[in-house]
Design a protein around this ligand. Structure first.
Ligand code: ADP
Length: 254
């Protein structure tokens, strides 16, 4: 019964969110959280009411890149109020906020984590949002499955590095999304090239054109080649992703 109540609550709260987008990757460390962060910044900067839900339990980095890891959500009778970022007022929720320290071990198994995510989603009072971004853990395990099934996002954005941008990885995520009637609406090839700050030459370290090829093969409307940018690493490391001036999602039409 409690489980069903949770699902109802979750559905009720999600109704107040116009567009929900989930960011997925095959592996960890490919820049998935960074891309999820940049997507939230894209909307926040434009004045949309935006939220980001950190579902990447074991590799949680959203609070850190937004510099809100020392803030705490306000727990009220009728729900938990997420924290807000300084620059664009993006609402952020993460399990991190409820742990004694960021180094706390999370020796929890998938089904338990899914339960906690479901609970957090049922209790978080986002209010009316234009966009809510879900930073999912890498792979196609319990948590991505739970979120895709229960939140029913409007679309998935897939992040991969050039080496990893193979048919298998795209196909796996595509299959999962298809099974759950969710479209892959974007493909991001991260760390695709390096642009020389002196001469502007773009060096595609692993070959050029793979993202375009994959996007056309799998009929994904939007693809992006994101360069390796030391300025982005620096801003993320210092909790200031909101100050990144480049908007890679400028031409993303959702
Ligand atoms: P994931 O969420 O896939 O585990 P992260 O988003 O946490 O990966 O990124 C891993 C590291 O790589 C972080 O230190 C991040 O700042 C850095 N990074 C990601 N994308 C880029 C990029 N395009 N240019 C420079 N650094 C990047």
């Amino acid at each position: 019964k409690k489980f069903m109540e949770g699902i109802d609550q979750l559905a009720k709260r999600m109704k107040k969110v116009k567009t929900k987008l989930a960011v997925m990757s095959g592996k960890g460390g490919v820049g998935k959280s960074t891309v999820a962060g940049l997507l939230a910044v894209h909307y926040g900067k434009k004045g949309y009411k935006t939220g980001i839900m950190d579902c990447d339990f074991w590799g949680s980095s959203i609070p850190k890149i937004f510099g809100v890891e020392n803030k705490r959500p306000v727990v009220r009778e009728d729900g938990i109020e997420p924290v807000h970022t300084d620059k664009w007022g993006i609402a952020v929720m993460s399990i991190q906020f409820f742990l004694p320290s960021p180094e706390s071990p999370l020796a929890w198994r998938g089904p338990l984590v899914s339960g906690v995510i479901r609970d957090m989603l049922a209790k978080t009072e986002w209010g009316e949002l234009d966009y809510l971004i879900f930073d999912l853990p890498p792979g196609t395990g319990d948590v991505p499955l739970t979120v895709l099934q229960e939140v029913r996002p409007n679309g998935v954005i897939l992040v991969a590095t050039p080496q990893e941008l193979t048919a298998t990885i795209v196909e796996k995520s595509l299959k999962l999304a298809q099974e759950l009637n969710t479209a892959i609406v974007g493909l991001v090839e991260n760390m695709s090239y390096y642009e020389c700050p002196q001469c502007g030459h773009k060096e595609y370290l692993f070959g050029k054109g793979r993202a375009a090829e994959m996007a056309s093969k799998y009929r994904i409307d939007f693809f992006l080649e994101l360069p390796i940018d030391p300025a982005l690493t620096r801003l993320c490391d210092s909790g200031k992703i909101e100050l990144y001036e480049i908007d890679p999602f400028e031409f993303f039409l959702i």
